[in-house]
Design a protein around this ligand. Structure first.
Ligand SMILES: C[S@@+](CC[C@H](N)C(=O)[O-])C[C@H]1O[C@@H](n2cnc3c(N)ncnc32)[C@H](O)[C@@H]1O
Length: 194
């Protein structure tokens, strides 16, 4: 399942076909608490244009949507995207679409980029590409919020600490200090330097 650039997109699609919410993101107490913390880290907005990477079934997306004038949620798995689209249907300013990261990253600009439990599936080159993309598409002062489980699993290409270090190594991104390492996961909040 794990290739040079991490699990193939069809591996995620297979998981969603086998279970509509493979990581229990909608119901697990850990996921609900983490989502609350991630939303708090994003801030109240309002955001003009936000982008969420690896949005899955759109649980975090739905929480973000009221703070955004436009919100784009991306995921490689079509079944997950269909579920996100259904969840976002009452919110015409929020869209979910199939996109593989980093190949299909959109042009921006964005004043908020959120990545929850996705960047550790990327290899070092892909992770660098995402960090460079975020620095390019974020408006000055725009925020990048990354949330990652700190455990390990066979299909992860890297870990939460390496993701954080890669993002923080960008000279054009500033660590706001608003992140935290919590019970089982870490939150990193960076800002595009002016
Ligand atoms: C563990 S789930 C996290 C879902 C959601 N972000 C959350 O925190 O609840 C990982 C998601 O990332 C997506 N994903 C993994 N690698 C991806 C890639 N390279 N491009 C786009 N989506 C990807 C998977 O399809 C899956 O929906």
């Amino acid at each position: 399942m794990t290739g040079a650039a991490g699990p193939r997109p069809d591996a995620f699609e297979a998981r969603y076909r086998a279970h509509p919410d493979p990581w229990d993101t909608l119901t697990a107490p850990y996921e609900v608490a983490k989502r609350r913390d991630a939303l708090e880290a994003c801030g109240p907005g309002p955001f003009a244009r936000a982008c969420e990477l690896g949005a899955g079934v759109g649980a975090l997306t739905a929480g973000l949507a009221p703070r955004c004038a436009q919100l784009l949620a991306l995921d490689a798995a079509p079944t997950a995207v269909a579920a996100a689209q259904a969840r976002l249907a009452p919110l015409p300013h929020a869209h979910a679409r199939v996109a593989s990261i980093p190949a299909d990253l959109p042009p921006g600009p964005f004043d908020l980029v959120v990545a929850s439990e996705v960047l550790y599936y990327l290899d070092a080159d892909a992770l660098e590409a995402v960090a460079a993309w975020a620095a390019r598409v974020l408006t000055p002062g725009g925020r990048l919020v990354a949330v990652h489980w700190t455990g390990t699993a066979d299909d992860l290409r890297t870990d939460a600490a390496t993701v954080a270090a890669t993002l923080r190594a960008r000279p054009d991104l500033r660590d706001t200090g608003a992140g935290d390492v919590l019970d089982g996961y870490r939150l990193d909040v960076l800002e595009r330097r002016p």
